[in-house]
Design a protein around this ligand. Structure first.
Ligand SMILES: Cc1cc2nc3c(=O)[nH]c(=O)nc-3n(C[C@H](O)[C@H](O)[C@H](O)COP(=O)(O)OP(=O)(O)OC[C@H]3O[C@@H](n4cnc5c(N)ncnc54)[C@H](O)[C@@H]3O)c2cc1C
Length: 414
């Protein structure tokens, strides 16, 4: 098999570099490297990571790690010997700070330039913050292992925790805080928790679950800002002027794609790195995972950006195949799961606000059900509530509805 970059001259001109350079050493980036090697790729690979830890998984950070059930090391995606086995130039604690797509080179923080044949951007996202957050102790976001450790420390002595935002992350954090036996208030501007992902019917069911577990749930409650005294947070002011008291506040108001380093690169950034339906942002440049807005085709179609674990892996495998010569379109059925209390929520597809919800197995009251979301009589989403076994067919149903495009055979496969 030909190295992808033989014709591109990745390591010419005397500069260091690799045939494939992957920026972002987490699940998306590491999966690209693993998939390339698994498919027989023998060219040079570099994996560049901002964080110092070996690549680790984020979903346990709001669940098992925050609750103390898992030691942080258990989140590692691969141990050192396995990483060594991938024959990688692994640079940790060394962010990429600039990209020159025309000259096919990136610059690292220490000033070193690396040339590439193919570049994979897998830099994920950063947690969004509230104004004034940095000046107040006791205010947290949760994106990294360090964040999880800091929040866990603060929760040990917290008297009243406030979580701002009842999306997946906010809901999981509230559930974990209740599991630790601590009082928690959950603030959400929408009428129901996780409404954007579950719709109002199932969102109402989730509100009931949290309330039964002792969460003070304040929905339809936009937040105006943080309140503090002597450098420490004392509460959260709502838009109506009420102050919800809290000595620990977790801001879970979404994520911002990590694209700052791409400024001036010549690539298009629009709430994510804009990619076509083969996940290509430019000739020789791919986007993978939370950072990538894929399927864009000019002004008419802005594309989709998914922030979930399954997409990061599936997109990474797709991109590895594309690098090796497969030609297909990336058209995943979106999927995420969330664990709250003893409930596993799984969603395939999407649940638009105005879709109609039909319970097709079980009942809401039995707390074990499968629901279909339909728009104009067409199946667009399947929601499982403590029903993993029954959900196995969901993906297939949605593939039929959406019409998948199977990946073409790999021309470059060893
Ligand atoms: C607390 C938490 C819980 C979650 N729970 C779930 C869940 O239950 N189910 C689910 O489906 N999904 C969940 N997710 C989402 C899932 O973890 C993400 O979708 C997934 O991590 C995305 O992977 P990624 O590789 O694209 O990005 P990330 O995991 O964000 O990794 C990007 C990496 O790139 C690094 N980086 C950024 N900029 C640079 C740079 N300039 N140079 C070098 N490196 C850089 C970052 O430091 C980071 O290590 C959760 C996320 C969080 C934060």
């Amino acid at each position: 098999m030909a190295d992808v970059a033989e014709s591109e001259g990745a390591e010419s001109e005397g500069a260091a570099g690799a045939d494939v350079v992957i920026v972002g050493a987490s699940v998306g980036g590491l999966t690209v490297a693993q998939a390339l090697r698994r498919r027989g790729f023998r060219g040079s690979l570099a994996l560049i990571g901002d964080e110092r830890e070996l690549p680790y998984d984020r979903p346990p950070l709001s669940k098992e790690v925050l609750s103390g059930q898992w030691p942080p090391a258990r989140t590692r995606l691969r141990e050192r010997p396995e990483l060594d086995g991938l024959d990688l130039d692994l640079r940790l604690g060394q962010p990429a700070v600039a990209l020159d797509a025309a000259r096919r080179r990136i610059t690292l923080r220490d000033g070193e330039a690396l040339r590439y044949g193919r570049l994979v951007v897998a830099t994920g996202a950063h947690a969004r913050r509230l104004p004034g957050q940095a000046e107040l102790a006791g205010v947290h976001t949760l994106r990294t292992l360090d964040d999880s450790a800091r929040l866990r420390d603060d929760l040990r002595t917290a008297r009243r925790t406030v979580v701002v935002g009842a999306g997946v992350l906010g809901c999981e954090i509230a559930a974990t805080v209740r599991g630790l036996g601590r009082p928690v208030t959950l603030l959400e501007p929408a009428p129901h928790p996780m409404e954007r992902l579950l719709g109002p019917t199932i969102g109402a069911e989730l509100a009931r679950l949290h309330t039964e577990h002792g969460v003070r749930m304040l929905t339809s409650t936009p937040v105006a800002g943080l309140v503090g005294a002597d450098g420490r947070v004392t509460g959260v002011r709502t838009a109506s002027g009420e102050v919800v008291p809290g000595d620990v506040v977790v801001v879970a108001v979404g994520a911002r794609p990590a694209t700052d380093w791409l400024a001036g690169s010549g690539l298009t950034v629009d709430d994510g790195l804009v990619c076509d339906d083969r996940c290509r942002a430019a000739d020789g440049v791919y986007g993978v995972g939370d950072v990538a807005r894929f399927g864009a085709s000019g002004a008419a179609e802005r594309g989709v950006r998914l922030e979930n674990r399954t997409n990061a892996t599936e997109q990474a495998m797709f991109v590895a195949a594309d690098i090796l010569g497969a030609v297909a379109r990336y058209r995943p059925v979106p999927y995420f799961w969330s664990d709250q209390y003893r409930v596993r929520i799984q969603v395939y597809g999407t649940v638009p606000a105005r879709s109609s919800i039909r319970i097709v197995e079980g009942t809401l009251d039995s707390r074990r059900f499968v629901a279909h979301a339909e728009t104009a009589g067409r199946l667009v989403g399947v929601i499982g509530w403590n029903s993993p076994g029954r959900l196995r067919t969901a993906r297939g149903l949605l593939h039929e509805a959406v019409g998948p495009e199977p990946a073409a055979p790999l021309s470059g496969q060893a």
